[in-house]
Design a protein around this ligand. Structure first.
Ligand SMILES: Cc1cc2nc3c(=O)[nH]c(=O)nc-3n(C[C@H](O)[C@H](O)[C@H](O)COP(=O)(O)OP(=O)(O)OC[C@H]3O[C@@H](n4cnc5c(N)ncnc54)[C@H](O)[C@@H]3O)c2cc1C
Length: 119
């Protein structure tokens, strides 16, 4: 979607940037979007035009990065043969035993493209 707001109306979550089933991340994008939008509305003291513009510029890269995960993941997500299904299932069974289990991955201290700004 080219634009997430018009006038006094603004979209967030699935209504603005629904992720693909292959990328997931829809809940994260909705929660981060709500947090950034609320923070920008508070920071701009009710100037919704400015808040909506800041919200969108801060969220765009994060949303695009997450949506693009689908392009990277789709080949693994839909195995093309019984052999690929077998290896995919073995890898999933191995996950709890791999090092780093339980650690949330951060990309250079950023959540997939957005800096963690606190409001
Ligand atoms: C099967 C499935 C599996 C998923 N798995 C994952 C996952 O593993 N990880 C992940 O991150 N995301 C997942 N998602 C996506 C995730 O659920 C959504 O991205 C997320 O819920 C979007 O939040 P939202 O607040 O934008 O929309 P929603 O959670 O859809 O909330 C919209 C709300 O608005 C209400 N509503 C609609 N119309 C009106 C109206 N006219 N008046 C009042 N209320 C209204 C609805 O009842 C609903 O409660 C999955 C989605 C599906 C369908």
């Amino acid at each position: 979607m080219d634009q997430w707001s018009i006038g006094r109306t603004v979209l967030l979550g699935d209504a603005a940037y629904c992720g693909s089933p292959a990328s997931g991340q829809g809940t994260s994008m909705a929660l981060v979007g709500a947090y950034v939008l609320a923070g920008e509305l508070a920071a701009t003291d009710g100037d919704y035009r400015s808040a909506f513009a800041h919200y969108e510029s801060k969220m765009r890269k994060y949303v695009e990065t997450n949506q693009n995960l689908a392009l990277e993941i789709i080949n693994d997500f839909i195995p093309k043969s019984r052999t690929e299904i077998f290896f995919r299932n073995q890898m999933i069974r191995l996950l709890p035993y791999l090092p780093g289990n339980g650690i949330i991955l951060w990309e250079d201290g950023k959540t997939c493209g957005t800096s963690r700004q606190c409001y």
